[in-house]
Design a protein around this ligand. Structure first.
Ligand SMILES: Nc1ncnc2c1ncn2[C@@H]1O[C@H](COP(=O)(O)OP(=O)(O)OP(=O)(O)O)[C@@H](O)[C@H]1O
Ligand SMILES: [Mg+2]
Length: 229
């Protein structure tokens, strides 16, 4: 986590809006969402299915462009960066846990986890990966392909991949969605511990236990922010 995160909010978003168009129909997925997230904050984004949680995380992770509003990450105005600058920025600053994992099917668990270290080489990446896998209780799955894992094991693999480079910001989309209570608690402990060490975590969730672990809850309904506390 670099020095910038100490002087600027990790996320500063104002008036984010996104409308999808599919088969001639418009769906307003986000409308006027503003948020500020600082280093060390654990934030949940909650609300019913379809309210815009994943859309918000994808925009904050520079994987989707908003139609309206501005976005600064760690003090950088990221809205108008080129695609390649966005990719570099993401590799440097953001870890993403996707709702559907996005593991590479022909790479082992270990190789999937090491993918981010190709974009940003770090020392002892493999040792760190093994330590995180062991903390998640899946060290004996290192050599397996994702297709040989349970959904919960895939989810934990995706989380280890996001944690590997110790980014300033972790965006986690339903990270406990496929886990039993015991494993959810392990994942939530990891995310909370990450914020204790100065990282910022924004997590989309339906899970009450997960929401209760966060200091700030942003509640969405049909793309609008109905409360933030
Ligand atoms: N690529 C797309 N094209 C058209 N509409 C989309 C697209 N992606 C999402 N939507 C719509 O945008 C709205 C918000 O979707 P989003 O996936 O952000 O919701 P969500 O809160 O993450 O839902 P869930 O809890 O089910 O994951 C939904 O109405 C969805 O149908
Ligand atoms: Mg979603």
């Amino acid at each position: 986590m670099n020095e910038l995160s100490k002087s600027n909010p990790v996320v500063f978003a104002a008036g984010l809006g996104k409308t999808y168009e599919a088969k001639g129909k418009k769906v307003v997925a986000l409308d006027g969402i503003s948020l500020e997230v600082n280093a060390g904050e654990f934030v949940s984004v909650c609300g019913p299915s379809g309210c815009g949680k994943s859309t918000l995380l994808l925009i904050l992770g520079l994987l989707l462009k908003q139609d309206e509003g501005s976005l600064k990450l760690s003090g950088t105005d990221v809205s108008d960066l080129s695609q390649s600058s966005k990719s570099s920025f993401r590799a440097e600053h953001i870890g993403f846990v996707f709702q559907d994992f996005h593991l590479i099917p022909y790479l082992s668990v270990m190789d999937n986890i090491l993918v981010p270290s190709l974009a940003k080489p770090v020392e002892n990446a493999a040792d760190r990966a093994r330590m995180l896998l062991s903390e998640m209780g899946i060290e004996n799955r290192c050599d397996h392909l994702p297709s040989a894992l349970s959904a919960g094991e895939r989810q934990r693999t995706a989380l280890v991949r996001a944690l590997l480079l110790q980014p300033e910001l972790i965006l986690a989309d339903e990270p406990t969605g496929n886990l039993d209570r015991e494993n959810s608690t392990i994942v939530l402990d990891h995310l909370a511990g990450y914020t204790d060490r100065g990282g910022a975590v924004i997590m989309a969730t339906h899970d009450n236990e997960a929401m209760e672990r966060t200091g700030t809850r942003i509640v969405l309904d049909e793309g609008r922010q109905i409360s933030s506390k």
